[in-house]
Write a protein that binds this ligand. Structure first.
Ligand code: HEM
Length: 111
């Protein structure tokens, strides 16, 4: 179970890296867009996040329900804004996804 928790955590960090990597890469370009890579990564974050909650419960490790609620809400918002960005291809969804993802990391680390 411990190994499974590490597997979920590694893929959770891959998903996080995929969102921020796409954002930093596009910051140098002219028309940054929040596209399918963000939606896919948000789903990865949801699946691995649920896996982390499950394995932490199984290992009797603490899980804060309010923190998980906020993380889930931010993740759904990230996916929803990215879907809008895929349709209108405007810069504002891109920057909103960047801010929401940064907020998600602050919640993950500080709370
Ligand atoms: C954009 C979405 C997300 C990002 C960027 C993100 C980021 C992170 C990061 C960086 C960590 C490591 C924190 C540490 O070990 O100190 C983490 C841990 C964790 N995340 Fe996420 N996360 C996201 C979404 C979610 C979702 C949707 C859930 C579940 C509903 C979730 C559940 C967890 C759990 C259970 C842990 C490990 C234990 C804890 O920090 O309490 N995450 N997340």
């Amino acid at each position: 179970m411990e190994i499974l928790r590490y597997v979920f955590l590694v893929f959770h960090l891959f998903g996080f890296a995929a969102i921020l990597g796409g954002i930093f890469y596009q910051l140098r370009g002219k028309d940054p867009v929040a596209g399918g890579y963000v939606v896919t990564s948000a789903v990865v974050q949801l699946v691995t996040g649920v896996g982390l909650i499950w394995t932490r419960h199984a290992l009797d490790l603490p899980v804060s329900d309010p923190k998980m609620g906020v993380k889930l809400a931010l993740d759904v918002l990230v996916a929803a804004v990215a879907l809008v960005g895929m349709r209108n291809r405007k810069p504002w969804p891109f920057f909103t996804v960047a801010v929401l993802t940064a907020a998600e990391v602050v919640v993950a680390v500080v709370w």
